[in-house]
Design a binder for this molecule. Structure first.
Ligand SMILES: Nc1ncnc2c1ncn2[C@@H]1O[C@H](COP(=O)(O)OP(=O)(O)OP(=O)(O)O)[C@@H](O)[C@H]1O
Length: 770
């Protein structure tokens, strides 16, 4: 039996919901969890040298049980239930290309999507990339793009960098790093994808036949659908006949209202229209969607867009120009809705269909296209999800093999899209403003300044840039060793360092600092907390917020990409509950793939002495294996055998011994520990609730970011207007306005975007509005 597992918590019907208010959050998942360490190694104090050991890599675990299945009537388009077997997870995804090889036009996308076992991915450092030989069709823009790496997004960025590096000179890679401010699309008749200015294949064919019989005399005919439709249809035809730059640009003007293409767009569209697969790497918000939209309009059949999150699909569906009919299929569709969509597909009334990657596992879904117009184009959005390096690695993306798409859907042309997250350059506009600010009064007179950044890499780059510009600055984030961090804080407090460029990790309890936000905080709570570090000594302090739309778009996209899909939740549940019969009530663990650092030890204690002093130590040593002179034991099993209900107790105990200089230890495989309170009766149902809950958390974050952005924009606009009026900038205007917005946010219920869902209501069936 199969189940669907789209990554939504939402109900999406053919007509999009306009109300963006998410419902009250459901209660939390049933699991009680505590943070953890799993395996610890204790060494005696005689080991005086401090070594850095790497934790062993997580091995894929196999579960014995299969997950429960969902009743057929609940899902009109079932797909196989994810098994609890995690062994496939760290499978293959991206092949690192030897860049000195010349690769055929289709190779990068194919390789990106092959995902076969032979194609096992190698981590970047162990895969040297020879110097590029150039000479490819890769289009690379000039200019700059602000790249950000957050603690959360580090892996994604690293991956994207590796991906872009490795793909840098591939022939079918289109890439641009040029920054252009996002332009507003001209207003169209409606926003939803089902607002009719109908261009469909039937209509198109009928008109084509008609125009043939009328000797092509109808080219500028205007019917009740409006001139725009006819003209764009006509232009569409021209482009089909000849996809010249001129024709495509005219079509762009007609469909989107833009005068010209941004760098990389035209090339991507031309490749797609010519039936050639393309890997498109453009900065966030640069207009990747437009590339498949135009190609979809020109190509004869259906365009299938694979997107990892329903929230993203909904966003993209909304952004389709009115003349491109779109729809999406997800698991929360009722059978009537799904069949209505299918019917529209059959009639050729849908040009672009958004689906989750899991759909490709569904034989019924794949066979559906035997009765519809052919699929001419497959777009894989957020293609970085395909790599296990990626922060949002999606196992289901691994199954999106070109071979599968070709064999089952008979599609040759694939467009894989991902955003660049380069850290090579910072946002130059903001950087200039920052330097100007730092070199002008009153900041030149201020002793302590904290500059808040979102991402660790930003803090490093920015502090370097400030130093290069004669402003001494240090970076501070959780990736910096504790000793160095403490020293930075000490020196900052004693006025030896004037500027610290930091992530959220810095500044707690500090006063007398002025605060600059180099990036937009994710919400007003964060903003208030961080600016709250200024002026705590009662003196006058200054807070500056530098932001632009690009940062906002980027944060927006990161928030969305944090989502977890039901498929993954299902697998996690499968993993957690696979042995629950034997482990009921016991502390269990899931190993995290991270390395840990070995800690120094001050004095020597013999294990026997330790055991004699402490029963816990005795148990621990009894349960240990001696490996290379170190006692290695499994923390949950020690905790269980002494009847401790939380590994935190054991962890604290180890920390205490360490602080007393009794032991040194190394946590080998940090893991999340959990206790199974009750085994759920219906996995699918729980997975749906968990996914919905996570999706609501995600929506809530997005709305909070929107509130932050709106408040900042409002304040900036207000200040700018006041400046014009008063012929001079008034900081107090700015302050008052922002204060007003913040007050509104925290006091007026209707303005509060939402509280983060902390609870997940069990059994909740309500449908989410997006
Ligand atoms: N040629 C163009 N001229 C002006 N504006 C454009 C052009 N192409 C796209 N845009 C606009 O840029 C904005 C961002 O586009 P889009 O959402 O497609 O970016 P994206 O690269 O897909 O972003 P993400 O990485 O977040 O998915 C949209 O408002 C779009 O209409």
């Amino acid at each position: 039996m199969e189940t669907d597992s789209d990554s939504e918590g939402s109900h999406i019907s053919a007509t999009l919901p306009r109300d963006a208010t998410p419902p009250q959050p459901p209660p939390p998942p049933l699991l009680s969890s505590n943070k953890v360490r799993v395996e610890a190694t204790i060494s005696s104090r005689s080991n005086t040298t401090s070594k850095l050991k790497r934790a062993s890599k997580q091995k894929p675990l196999k579960s014995k049980n299969e997950t429960k299945t969902k009743p057929a009537e609940e899902d009109p388009l079932p797909i196989p239930i994810p098994s609890a077997d995690f062994s496939i997870l760290p499978g293959s995804s991206v092949k690192i290309h030897n860049r000195s090889n010349s690769i055929s036009m289709h190779s990068s996308v194919e390789n990106l999507m092959q995902g076969s076992e032979e194609n096992t991915m190698h981590p970047a450092p162990s895969t040297p990339l020879p110097e590029s030989t150039g000479g490819s069709d890769c289009v690379e823009g000039e200019g700059t793009f602000a790249g950000y790496v957050s603690p959360e997004a580090n892996s994604r960025t690293a991956h994207v960098n590796n991906l872009t590096k490795s793909m840098g000179t591939l022939p079918n890679l289109i890439r641009s790093i040029a920054h252009q401010p996002p332009a507003k699309r001209p207003k169209s008749a409606g926003e939803g994808n089902f607002v009719r200015l109908n261009i469909n294949e039937n209509l198109y064919r009928k008109r084509k036949a008609k125009s043939k019989t009328e000797g092509e005399a109808d080219t500028n005919a205007c019917d009740e659908d409006g001139l725009v439709v006819d003209t764009s249809q006509q232009q569409e035809r021209y482009v089909r006949d000849e996809s010249s730059d001129e024709n495509l640009t005219k079509l762009l003007k007609l469909t989107h209202g833009y005068e010209s293409f941004r760098e990389g767009q035209l090339e991507a569209i031309k490749q797609g229209v010519a039936g050639r697969s393309v890997m498109l790497v453009l900065p966030t918000g640069f207009g990747k969607s437009l590339c498949y939209q135009l190609a979809a309009l020109i190509l004869p059949g259906i365009t299938l867009v694979v997107s990892p999150l329903v929230a993203l699909m909904v966003d993209q569906l909304r952004q389709l120009p009115p003349m491109i009919q779109g729809a999406l299929l997800c698991s929360n569709h009722t059978s009537e809705e799904a069949s209505m969509t299918l019917q529209q597909l059959r009639e050729g009334a849908i040009k672009v269909l958004f689906v989750s990657p899991e759909r490709f596992l569904n034989a019924q879904f794949m066979s559906m296209f035997q009765t519809t117009p052919p699929i001419s184009f497959v777009v894989v959005d957020e293609a970085h999800c395909l790599s296990e390096w990626s922060h949002n690695f999606r196992p289901s993306y691994l199954r999106l093999k070109t071979s599968l798409i070709r064999a089952r859907l008979n599609v040759d042309c694939i467009l894989a899209m991902t955003a660049t997250a380069t850290i090579k350059t910072l946002n130059v506009v903001i950087l200039k403003d920052l330097l100007m600010l730092m070199k002008s009064t009153p900041l030149t007179e201020v002793r302590n300044i904290i500059i808040h950044c979102k991402f660790q890499s930003e803090t490093d780059l920015l502090s370097k840039h400030l130093c290069d510009n004669n402003i001494s600055a240090k970076s501070y984030h959780s990736g910096i060793p504790v000793k160095v961090r403490s020293r930075t804080q000490e020196r900052f407090c004693s006025n030896k360092i004037r500027v610290v460029v930091a992530t959220v990790a810095f500044g707690m309890g500090l006063d007398k600092s002025d605060v600059i936000h180099y990036s937009l905080p994710e919400n007003l709570e964060e903003y208030v907390q961080e600016t709250g570090r200024a002026g705590r000594d009662g003196g006058l302090s200054y807070c500056h917020l530098l932001f632009d739309e690009l940062t906002y778009f980027k944060l927006h996209s990161f928030l969305y990409s944090d989502g977890v899909d039901e498929y993954a939740v299902n697998r996690l549940l499968g993993q957690i509950f696979s042995n629950s019969m034997n482990l009921h009530g016991k502390i269990c663990s899931l190993v995290k793939e991270t390395a840990s650092r070995k800690l120094d030890m001050k004095e020597q204690t013999s294990p026997e002495l330790l055991a004699a002093k402490d029963t816990l130590a005795a148990t621990m040593l009894k349960k240990s294996e001696i490996k290379q002179g170190n006692y290695t034991f499994d923390m949950p099993s020690v905790a269980n055998s002494v009847g401790i209900t939380s590994v935190d107790i054991l962890s604290n105990w180890l920390q205490r011994l360490k602080s007393q200089g009794e032991i040194t230890f190394e946590v080998k495989e940090p893991a999340f520990c959990f206790t199974i309170v009750k085994k759920p009766e219906d996995f699918c149902c729980l997975a749906t609730h968990v996914t919905r809950w996570l999706s609501e958390v995600e929506n809530c974050k997005v709305r909070k970011l929107d509130a932050m952005f709106n408040a900042a924009t409002f304040a900036a606009t207000f200040a700018a207007k006041a400046c014009t009026k008063m012929d001079g900038c008034s900081g107090s205007q700015h302050t008052q306005c922002l204060q007003m917005k913040i007050l509104d946010y925290f006091t007026k219920d209707e303005n509060a975007p939402c509280e983060f869902p902390t609870k997940m209501e069990h059994g909740r069936q309500s449908k989410e509005k997006l």
